[in-house]
Design a protein around this ligand. Structure first.
Ligand SMILES: *[C@@H]1O[C@H](CO)[C@@H](O)[C@H](O)[C@H]1NC(C)=O
Ligand SMILES: *[C@@H]1O[C@H](CO)[C@@H](O)[C@H](O)[C@H]1NC(C)=O
Ligand SMILES: *[C@@H]1O[C@H](CO)[C@@H](O)[C@H](O)[C@H]1NC(C)=O
Ligand SMILES: *[C@@H]1O[C@H](CO)[C@@H](O)[C@H](O)[C@H]1NC(C)=O
Ligand SMILES: *[C@@H]1O[C@H](CO)[C@@H](O)[C@H](O)[C@H]1NC(C)=O
Ligand SMILES: *[C@@H]1O[C@H](CO)[C@@H](O)[C@H](O)[C@H]1NC(C)=O
Ligand SMILES: *[C@@H]1O[C@H](CO)[C@@H](O)[C@H](O)[C@H]1NC(C)=O
Ligand SMILES: *[C@@H]1O[C@H](CO)[C@@H](O)[C@H](O)[C@H]1NC(C)=O
Ligand SMILES: *[C@@H]1O[C@H](CO)[C@@H](O)[C@H](O)[C@H]1NC(C)=O
Ligand SMILES: *[C@@H]1O[C@H](CO)[C@@H](O)[C@H](O)[C@H]1NC(C)=O
Ligand SMILES: CC(=O)N[C@H]1CO[C@H](CO)[C@@H](O)[C@@H]1O
Length: 628
């Protein structure tokens, strides 16, 4: 276990290095389940123009099909009906033959039937029918768009294991991916897409002899970034060498973007115990895309309610609503770039954006978050007991909640293990009890056991003690992953560890229920996407995402989960380097010092966003003592 030697910023007992695990994007097709987007590209050539039809299929529960057509010449500005055109490159002197061949090859078992596709008209279950009109003179029924989404695949653990175990053999299975081909994007100068729609582009993994691969498992990091937007486009892995990436930009954020695709690991190699020996980490594409104004509308985000935390995989984005170019780090390590009361722009957040100290950035998902004032946070937390169980990122989050949100800058650190009551300095009648139990190891000064720490009886008893009194915590916030990345030799052994952890918590809950007490709400907060140098290590994003899926699957199966906060999705846009993380933490204490990469970084705003999301989850329709 070479990574064990990795020195995490070691520490006083509490500033210990926690690791958080990001939900790696497994492209393994696990995301396939709830990702609802379809795309068909049809090439046809008529006398004058070549048209390409991208059919973006979106849905709420139904599939609405809209057609977007790409005309050969950008000059032709056909704004017809409700949809503006999808201009693929200015002038397609593209070699048609090649593209068509590729498409055919792409679906080798099911060749594209152009004539059939052209008459595509999808029935819908919502009563809206959108007709594909090829010649663009027919009005297209305006349809309400939906946000791109994803979800935990049913049987994710089983399917993951099966894909991981899939035998090689034939060359197309045994070969290694070195390149990709994205027929609809490759070789174009400028791609213009009307904002709002979801565009799903298929791509194919190629081996070094340029042959398509026929086995999945490659781990692609995807990024769609512009001046005021950062997101991680959803990647689907079809398990046969075909993948797709889905792009969507809200119409308020038109402009120039880069779609970046990095191949980090090939064929599940990120899951290995010593993945750094296998890391590939090549940027395969950086594709400029201009998102243009369209007439399509996306449903407005609302402030997150309790039910919104039922979503297990998030597909959010960071948006920027202000920028102070002159902003510099202060001597105390803070980035006070905007006035503290600088307001959120609705609907992207609710409260004071200035409080985040992010120089204008804020994260939103399928709903948007409240940024809490101290009063609001205290009013929600008073008289409550929150139990944290997780790695050192929890230690950071708790300290940041106290320092930045609860008006307790006097608390410089909290330990890996503690049980304390904290009082509102402005209102001594308000207190909150917070318990934190580090789960990186059963011994609080050690590391790299993760969920295996539950094998220690003393550790199990320590946890049970907090749930055996007359009052028990009202909410448990859990995470795990970083230490597990180093502990478990393979995905199969982690699955066992995760199953055991789920059964342990079921037992704890059962004992509470038997005593007639309200069972705590359990919120699973997924592990971070590790950053910069850590992307190659034992807790790399690919492994952490898989581990997040497995543990979520086990906790859901056990029936004890009340909500999920997808911190993996939230941290992903910031994980490519060490500007906002030290590799394994996004919430270190503010400090004006050089960061891992030799430059002064921003140590804490990503975690501070998480902290407001935690409060959103803790406070969403919390009904007092008996929340369940
Ligand atoms: C497309 O490109 C060709 C070759 O570059 C050029 O001759 C033609 O005028 C262009 N068409 C348009 C509409 O720009
Ligand atoms: C298409 O590609 C073929 C082979 O690469 C080439 O011979 C042909 O001239 C190209 N056609 C156009 C219009 O560029
Ligand atoms: C790969 O799988 C997807 C989904 O099952 C399918 O649509 C596609 O045709 C397959 N591609 C190949 C080359 O088999
Ligand atoms: C393509 O679709 C058309 C119309 O559905 C059908 O008549 C034709 O046989 C199909 N061709 C192939 C090759 O499947
Ligand atoms: C789109 O949404 C608006 C507002 O929610 C609604 O009034 C309208 O009926 C919707 N249209 C369709 C086609 O669903
Ligand atoms: C999940 O696995 C179970 C048991 O193997 C099976 O019955 C069920 O159909 C699977 N569900 C899905 C959606 O694949
Ligand atoms: C896209 O990437 C290029 C090269 O890294 C960079 O110069 C450019 O600013 C990026 N564009 C956007 C919109 O971020
Ligand atoms: C912001 O949050 C407050 C407190 O929950 C709520 O009263 C208000 O309606 C929200 N504002 C918006 C625009 O959602
Ligand atoms: C915190 O307060 C609760 C009751 O409010 C009390 O039972 C508990 O012992 C206190 N814990 C500590 C560490 O003081
Ligand atoms: C925890 O580990 C330290 C060494 O890292 C050791 O000194 C200490 O005795 C251990 N504590 C327990 C309770 O095992
Ligand atoms: C085009 C189309 O099929 N539209 C259908 C959408 O769904 C409604 C209700 O199911 C049907 O009445 C429409 O015909």
């Amino acid at each position: 276990m070479p990574e064990k030697g990795l020195s995490w910023p070691s520490s006083q007992p509490w500033s210990l290095s926690p690791r958080s695990g990001p939900l790696l994007q497994w492209r393994v097709g696990v995301l396939t389940a709830l990702v609802i987007v379809g795309m068909v590209v049809i090439w046809s050539v008529d006398a004058r123009t070549m048209q390409s039809f991208v059919q973006a299929t979106r849905s709420r529960q139904a599939y609405l099909v809209t057609k977007v057509s790409a005309l050969t010449n950008l000059a032709q500005n056909h704004e017809n009906g409700e949809f503006s055109s999808f201009h693929i490159a200015a002038n397609q002197t593209k070699n048609q033959t090649k593209v068509t061949q590729f498409k055919t090859h792409f679906d080798s078992h099911d060749p594209v039937n152009l004539s059939r596709s052209e008459s595509l008209s999808e029935p819908n279950s919502t009563g809206v029918s959108v007709k594909l009109d090829i010649n663009q003179t027919q009005p297209v029924v305006p349809a309400n768009l939906s946000w791109v989404s994803a979800g935990l695949e049913p049987n994710v653990t089983k399917n993951l294991l099966a894909r991981w175990l899939a035998p090689g053999g034939e060359p197309c299975r045994a070969s290694k991916t070195v390149e990709i081909a994205i027929p609809d994007l490759d070789g174009r100068d400028l791609i213009e897409l009307p904002a709002g729609e979801i565009y799903e582009f298929g791509f194919r993994a190629l081996s070094d002899d340029k042959k398509p691969r026929c086995l999945g498992g490659d781990y692609f990091e995807t990024d769609l970034s512009g001046d005021s937007w950062k997101s991680r486009p959803v990647v689907k892995d079809f398990g046969n060498g075909s993948y797709s990436v889905s792009l969507q930009i809200h119409p308020d954020f038109v402009g120039l973007y880069n779609l970046t695709i990095i191949l980090l690991f090939r064929h599940f190699e990120g899951l290995k115990l010593s993945p750094h020996r296998f890391v590939y980490d090549r940027e395969l594409r950086k594709i400029p895309i201009r998102f243009t104004k369209g007439s399509a509308k996306l449903p407005e985000l609302h402030t997150c309610k309790e039910s919104d935390f039922g979503r297990d995989i998030w597909t959010g984005r960071w948006t920027r609503h202000a920028k102070n170019d002159a902003c510099e780090i202060s001597d105390d390590g803070r980035y006070r770039c905007l006035a503290p009361n600088f307001p959120c722009q609705s609907p992207w957040c609710n409260g004071s954006l200035g409080l985040l100290e992010s120089n204008g950035w804020v994260y939103s998902a399928h709903c948007s978050f409240r940024l809490f004032s101290a009063d609001a946070a205290w009013n929600c937390l008073k008289d409550r007991w929150i139990f944290f169980w997780g790695d050192s990122n929890h230690v950071d989050s708790i300290r940041n909640i106290l320092n930045f949100i609860l008006d307790r800058p006097d608390i410089p650190a909290v330990p890996r293990r503690f049980d304390m009551n904290f009082t509102n300095p402005k209102d001594p009648s308000q207190t909150v009890r917070i318990t934190n139990i580090f789960n990186g190891h059963w011994n609080e000064t050690q590391n790299y056991q993760g969920l295996n720490s539950l094998q220690n009886e003393g550790f199990r008893n320590l946890i049970k003690k907090y749930f055996s009194e007359d009052t028990v915590p009202d909410t448990i916030v859990m995470n795990s992953g970083l230490h597990d990345g180093v502990k478990w030799s393979n995905i199969r052994s982690f699955i066992k560890g995760a199953s055991y952890a789920a059964s342990f918590w079921v037992e704890v809950m059962e004992s509470i229920r038997q005593r007639g007490l309200a069972v705590p709400r359990v919120i699973y907060r997924t592990t971070i996407a590790t950053g910069g140098y850590a992307r190659a290590l034992a807790f790399n994003p690919s492994k952490m995402e898989a581990f997040n899926w497995v543990l979520l699957d086990k906790l859901k199966e056990a029936g004890i989960l009340s909500g999920v906060i997808d911190n993996f999705d939230m941290t992903f846009p910031w994980h490519y380097d060490n500007r906002c993380n030290d590799g394994v933490h996004y919430g270190r204490i503010p400090a004006k010092m050089k960061w891992r990469d030799g430059m002064i970084g921003h140590h804490y705003f990503v975690d501070l966003m998480l902290d407001h999301i935690l409060l959103s989850a803790l406070c969403a329709s919390y009904q007092g003592s008996a929340s369940r």
